[in-house]
Design a protein around this ligand. Structure first.
Ligand SMILES: Cc1cc2nc3c(=O)[nH]c(=O)nc-3n(C[C@H](O)[C@H](O)[C@H](O)COP(=O)(O)O)c2cc1C
Length: 194
């Protein structure tokens, strides 16, 4: 079991950050982040999430017109912004990812609805793994859905055929930019014991 200090790092003390310090995030840290998050579970190990890590000013400026006004400035200022995307044709990699069942790819070919649901569900889970892996590595994140998905898809993902899910700023959080922690639901509001 993880010690309480580790639980604090991942959950109780971790926040969604709006402002980051000047401390950079290195490419090695981004590789370590992916090495960790990729081990999180997905159905049939399908691993549909794809990640674009925007670090350069040029990439940030390309993203800028897609952002809601509330997300604009903080995203341009963040050391890294991840586009958490997914590959709708993720199933083409199942021969590598799920080698013990050679039929797995055929579950999705010709079933666009199942493929879309599977890609979005598991890609979203992998986005959550990214947030928790970042915390485990001493980084902070600021996830965002306030942006124009279609525009991001067109500007960044069209050539690969990927689709955007959400954005996630990554860096070392500056507590001065935090809102007070919002309450969470109590057990009896959110859970049912049967
Ligand atoms: C998928 C997702 C989308 C979010 N979209 C936005 C957003 O567009 N803009 C924003 O300022 N915060 C956004 N947030 C941040 C949430 O408001 C924040 O995670 C929540 O209030 C909990 O804050 P805490 O982690 O500091 O307790 C988003 C969070 C998630 C997980």
């Amino acid at each position: 079991m993880l010690e309480p200090a580790g639980q604090d790092l991942l959950f109780r003390e971790a926040r969604s950050h709006n402002r980051f310090t000047d401390q950079p995030v290195t490419d090695d840290e981004l590789r370590a982040l992916h090495d960790l998050l990729k081990q999180g579970p997905t159905s049939a190990n399908c691993s549909p999430a794809r990640f674009l890590f925007l670090r350069s000013q040029e990439a940030k400026l390309k993203l800028a017109p897609t952002l809601s006004s509330g997300n604009h400035d903080k995203t341009l200022a963040a050391p890294v912004t991840a586009i958490v995307a997914y590959d709708p044709r993720f199933y083409e990699k199942l021969p590598k990812l799920f080698p013990h069942n050679p039929d797995a790819e055929s579950w999705f070919t010709g079933n666009d609805s199942l493929a879309a649901t599977t890609a979005f569900r598991n890609g979203s889970l992998q986005g959550a793994y990214l947030i928790l892996a970042a915390r485990a590595l001493g980084l902070d994140t600021g996830p965002m859905s306030g942006f124009d998905n279609a525009m991001v898809d067109e500007l960044f993902l069209a050539d690969r055929g990927w689709r955007s899910n959400f954005l996630c700023n990554i860096g070392h959080g500056d507590p001065a930019g935090l809102f007070p922690r919002s309450p969470r639901l109590d057990f009896d509001e959110a859970c049912v014991l049967l």
